[in-house]
Design a protein. Structure first.
Length: 344
């Protein structure tokens, strides 16, 4: 079965799920809006089939502005009450938290929030996790044995990794990881780690997906990414010599983050925007993110299983940091990255 055929089957399941939810809600009420503006920190190639299904079944046009989550968060803050956006669909909790902290996301109803466990939603009820993603060390299996990898993120400062590491310092997920490290061990140790990593002369990339491609080409030997990018690579290059390494429990590098969404407070279509977020939390959409070709994110809604072979979500302890705090510390993290020389 080709990837295209498998994707078509998943979208068909998604369509059936959404059709049921629209019917249950009452189609006339669901279609009061004819358009929603979505600021998406998720890449177009990964979410476009999902968005197209929503439009086909509801008749609601989605006007999508794609971009980096951190950049879109900055845009929302700059636009303030004049923002045209209805929904912010971000790649990580840090970007969502930064916008929520300035009052630019509306409080979500309990019926929406209660769809996912408490640790995956904002303490202030202004955003909700849609899918989970674990930070890992991805590595080239031809160049490095699993037993040679450091047991903790601190091990990457060793001289043996000089010139062999790939990082995405301008990417929101990397910035969230640095924020989690600051919250876990403090600014002094985090800054020292960043300086030591910089002295190891890492190769820098804009996106996690670029790191996986570089690993397959052996331009680098290890890279800090979210776990699911491996499955995107394997869909295109099944024999690529790349694997994931999950870090030790409670390690600062083992952050368990979320992609999530919130309703923009300036929106005049809050009800319809909330329904769109409920759609992202529907069984069909959760299955799309978890098991469709090239996708392996953790579903957060109870009863939907992750892709076979992944560690169970309940067994991933992460860095032991409340992800609701990531947004409030983002600006300080960006200053630190700039001062160290990673984001100039």
């Amino acid at each position: 079965m080709t990837a295209l055929v498998r994707l078509g089957l998943v979208v068909a399941v998604l369509a059936a799920s959404l059709t049921a939810s629209v019917t249950a809600a009452g189609r006339p009420a669901a279609l009061q809006a004819t358009k929603l503006v979505v600021y998406s920190g998720r890449e177009e190639r990964f979410v476009k089939p999902l968005f197209e299904t929503y439009t086909r079944l509801t008749g609601i046009e989605l006007e999508i502005r794609y971009g980096d989550s951190a950049e879109l968060a900055a845009t929302l803050l700059e636009e303030g009450s004049n923002s045209p956006a209805d929904v912010f669909f971000a790649q990580d909790a840090g970007a969502l938290g930064a916008v929520a902290a300035k009052g630019r996301l509306a409080v979500l109803p309990a019926t929406t929030l209660n769809r996912v466990p408490k640790r995956f939603r904002a303490p202030g009820k202004r955003w909700i996790g849609v899918t989970g993603r674990a930070r890992v060390i991805a590595f080239n299996t031809d160049a490095v044995k699993r037993s040679e990898l450091p047991k903790t993120i601190w091990g990457l400062t060793q001289r043996r990794w000089k010139g062999r590491i790939g990082l995405p310092p301008t990417n929101a997920s990397f910035q969230a990881f640095v924020t989690a490290m600051r919250l876990k061990v403090g600014d002094e140790r985090t800054r020292a780690w960043l300086v030591a990593i910089r002295e190891n002369e890492p190769k820098l990339y804009a996106r996690n997906s670029q790191i996986l491609t570089a690993l397959a080409r052996r331009e680098i030997e290890v890279g800090l990414v979210n776990h699911y990018y491996l499955y995107q690579l394997k869909e295109e290059q099944p024999n690529a010599p790349v694997a994931n390494y999950f870090l030790t429990r409670r390690d600062p590098g083992a952050l368990l983050n979320v992609a999530g969404a919130g309703v923009v407070s300036a929106s005049e279509r809050r009800v319809q925007a909330t329904r769109f977020i409920n759609f992202l939390l529907s069984r069909g959409a959760q299955q799309f993110f978890a098991t469709s070709p090239g996708r392996a994110e953790y579903p957060l809604v109870r009863g939907v299983q992750p892709r076979a072979g992944l560690p169970a979500l309940a067994k991933i302890q992460g860095a032991g940091v409340n992800i609701g705090r990531l947004g409030r510390e983002l600006e300080a993290t960006l200053r630190m990255l700039n001062e160290v020389g990673f984001t100039r």
